[in-house]
Design a protein around this ligand. Structure first.
Ligand code: NAD
Length: 454
């Protein structure tokens, strides 16, 4: 293992020199990332194929171009984001300058998860660079091909005295977490999130935690179930369900469940005419441990209404829908993070709301209904990181919306300007003149009653 203390010390020294505060430096590093993506698009797509069997389309839209679009909008807006923000002031400060300076924290540790190994590393980096921080990136060891590619390419594009990629598993991460960081941005599961926060507490380091959870779906009785089936199955089959905001489970009435399942069968036939196993468009489970975990979830909860097939040699799990699942069943205890979709029949939206309120706050929540008052009722009754009505996942692609969790699904947010804000300390600045001492002296002792009443 490398000497991390020495690496961080070296990077911090350069940070203190002020190099990264220069807007041109930031712009240069962002341009370098753009160049890296453009010159090696095929390598990124190839690594994602190796890690998760992602299709070219999914890798482009959800990873390479996702980061690219974030980069371009950041480059276009950087000049305005870095501007100090004037604030309104009271009469007492009428002659003073009051403003907020956006300053970098220093050296940021960014740790990515394996399910979107390019997007989840590069997008936080965009915010960190834009805000003028130095970075140590720790990709997930589970998506090994993507991690290796980042480790190989990054030194060729970035200023290595300020931006580094360090690969490794739990021992390396544990060692990295002993260092003093000025910011930690972590994406992964909630259990490790607690480890990160404990380590950060040691140095009072601020954190953003992008975690997971069970994102619920409620389907009302009044909707076009063909459209709903398309949209939910798209959300669940994307990356074979290994998406932090994937629809985790559905709640609807028993009658809606039975009709929805029929529509889902047609949806899957349309998505994968020769079956998902033969389709180039259907990803695989990332490793054997996760394959065994997801496979186990296909049994012991409700009935298999669709799918239920698997192939260990390929880590293939078919899109699987379970019906008549109960809240107490094994599949309803933890985030599924795979292509298995349980449907829990409920009497009405009140039962669904009660169930959401009784659990941890989810990362996302989805409601399919034509009835705006029902949509409003569900949004107002329950908290979640994000919310979409009549679709799923798409809020993550709206750069003007903050992306993040709440409670057990995380803290802090990013994407677009929110990424820049996350990595910026908002410094309160008040600039005064050595004038008007008469007015100013009102605050000096002795505190006479005349001063108190003035
Ligand atoms: P992972 O195993 O790749 O872990 C993420 C990071 O934590 C890696 O860099 C890894 O090296 C590190 N890590 C793992 N165990 C550790 C330990 N014991 N000590 C210190 N560091 C450790 O990814 P994962 O956690 O399996 O990711 C899946 C989870 O992440 C799901 O819960 C998913 O919902 C969540 N997720 C959230 C988002 C989001 O944006 N909110 C995005 C993707 C994934």
């Amino acid at each position: 293992m490398a000497d991390y203390s020495k690496i961080v010390e070296g990077i911090r020294k350069v940070f203190k020199s002020g190099r990264t505060k220069d807007i041109e430096w930031r712009r240069g590093q962002l341009m370098a990332m753009l160049k890296m993506l453009d010159e090696h698009r095929d390598k990124f797509i190839g690594a994602l194929k190796t890690d998760l069997n992602k299709s070219r389309f999914e890798s482009s839209v959800m990873e390479v171009d996702f980061a690219r679009n974030d980069l371009i909008s950041c480059l276009n807006s950087l000049a305005s984001w870095v501007e100090p923000e004037k604030v309104s002031k009271g009469i007492i400060n009428i002659m003073d300058k009051a403003y907020i300076r956006k300053e970098p924290y220093g050296v940021a540790l960014i740790m990515g998860a394996w399910n979107y190994p390019i997007q989840l590393t590069l997008c936080p980096m965009i915010g960190a660079i834009a805000a003028g921080n130095c970075i140590v990136l720790k990709p997930s060891e589970i998506s090994a091909a993507s991690a290796k590619l980042l480790e190989d390419l990054m030194p060729k594009y970035f200023d290595n005295e300020c931006i580094r990629c360090i690969n490794g598993g739990v021992p390396e991460t544990t060692a990295l977490l002993k260092e003093r960081w000025d910011y930690i941005f972590y994406t992964g599961n909630s259990m490790v999130g607690k480890i990160i926060m404990r380590a950060a507490a040691e140095h009072l380091t601020p954190v953003t935690l992008e975690l997971g959870g069970k994102s619920p779906v409620y389907v009302d009785n009044d909707v076009d179930l063909g459209i709903v089936a398309n949209r939910i199955m798209w959300g669940k089959c994307t990356n074979a369900g290994q998406t932090c905001i994937a629809p985790d489970y559905i709640m609807c009435t028993k009658q809606t469940q039975d009709a929805l399942v029929e529509k889902m069968k047609s949806t899957l036939n349309n998505f994968y005419p020769d079956g998902p196993a033969k389709s180039e468009d259907y990803p695989r489970i990332v490793n054997d441990r996760h394959f065994q975990r997801v496979k186990k979830l296909m049994t012991g909860s409700g009935k298999v209404a669709i799918g239920g097939d698997s192939d260990e040699t390929q880590r293939y799990i078919s899109p699987t829908v379970l019906t008549d699942v109960k809240f107490a069943d094994p599949i309803m205890q933890d985030e599924i993070f795979g292509p298995v979709l349980p449907i829990v029949p409920v009497r009405n939206e009140d039962e669904a709301i009660q169930h959401i309120l009784d659990g941890e706050k989810p990362l996302s929540m989805y409601v399919y209904s034509q009835n705006q008052s029902l949509v409003d009722k569900m949004t107002e009754s329950c908290s979640s990181g994000g919310f979409v009505s009549n679709d799923c996942l798409l809020h993550a692609g709206v750069p003007t919306l903050p992306f993040g969790g709440v409670g057990n699904s995380g803290m802090g947010a990013y994407h677009g300007q929110f990424s820049f804000n996350t990595f910026s300390h908002k410094r309160a600045c008040l600039e005064k003149k050595l004038k008007m001492e008469g007015v100013n002296s009102l605050r000096y002792p002795p505190f006479t009653s005349k001063k108190e009443n003035s």
